[in-house]
Design a protein around this ligand. Sequence first.
Ligand SMILES: [Zn+2]
Length: 375
Amino acid sequence: MNQINRGVLAGAVACLLSLASACARRETPPPPAETPPPAPANYSMADFATVRKFDTHVHINVTAPALIEQARADNFELMTINVDYPDFVKLPDQHAAALAQIKADPERVHWTTTFSMQGFDKAGWADKVKASLAADQQQGAVAVKVWKNIGMVEKDAKGKLIMLDDPGLAPVGDEIQKLNLTLIGHLGEPHNCWLPLDQMTTDNDREYFKNHPQYHMFLHPDQPGYEDQIKARDNFVAAHPQLRFVGAHLASLEYDVDRIAAFLDRYPNANVETAARMSQVQYQSVRDYDKVRNFFVKHQDRVLYGTDLTLNPGDDVAEFKASAHDVWMRDWRYLATDETQRVEIIKADVKGLALPRDVIDKIFFANAKKTYGLP
Ligand SMILES: [Zn+2]
């Protein structure tokens, strides 16, 4: 750079500096930038209504919109699940109820269909089921449910219980995979089912098996054991590696988060949902808080939130809506906040896990969207 250019540059810099100081004199300097307080690591109860949520396990066995109304108020999407359960209305009525629900609010309500095991041994059964699943998908079904009647109730022509890994069920599994539907499996029962009532860890299990002795396997030692049920389910999941599988009720491994973790680690196509098993998780977190919290953090992409809320014909609608709101609030308090609440069915004060916000967003919403292939 020569002498003249250097002089020009120095002049320009001086000019800019004087302009800047003139500006500074003319304008009031902005107040010192306040650093916004860091967002809290976890949500509070006040966030409950504003965060998008998804209950992946409800049974709306009526056409009335009660649960939709509560879901709107509490910011939930819903998965209503048809299931071949004798305590519910018959399958065609459940089917009609589901169609009415998804029609009433297609963006909020989603539908899981099912099939009957009737005629399993007869020629053409699998083809009939395959055709019905394809037709249900055309009507809006995004998933299929198999229930514990497989493994605990339905028998083949020889009088033997049909387990999930029976070769006769393989074509149905293949079809669900081919149709790109998700399979929800409630196979077996909670571990408590194989214990006497007084040794069960939670009152809800005690109550259910007291009222349903036919499913209380402690009373039926001749039936397949707990590990037999788990094994048959695992065989089926392993045989359909492309199938999106959701283990309902924490895959019947609810009593031990280490076993749930091992299941998820072993089967990359599997997820689990929490329906009706939060108290068993709470039973564990009361004893080992960090272990349970770490489970949710580590497997944050594989756990879906669900409740098992059920609305049957004749139920008191106002009472049902209040109890749905209560269940959702209690679960939010437990998973999202660090508040302590009394959980009577395990007779304990349970401290919330205060999971990080991004973990809650996945468990309460994003994982459901992904697992059910929803936009
Ligand atoms: Zn259910």
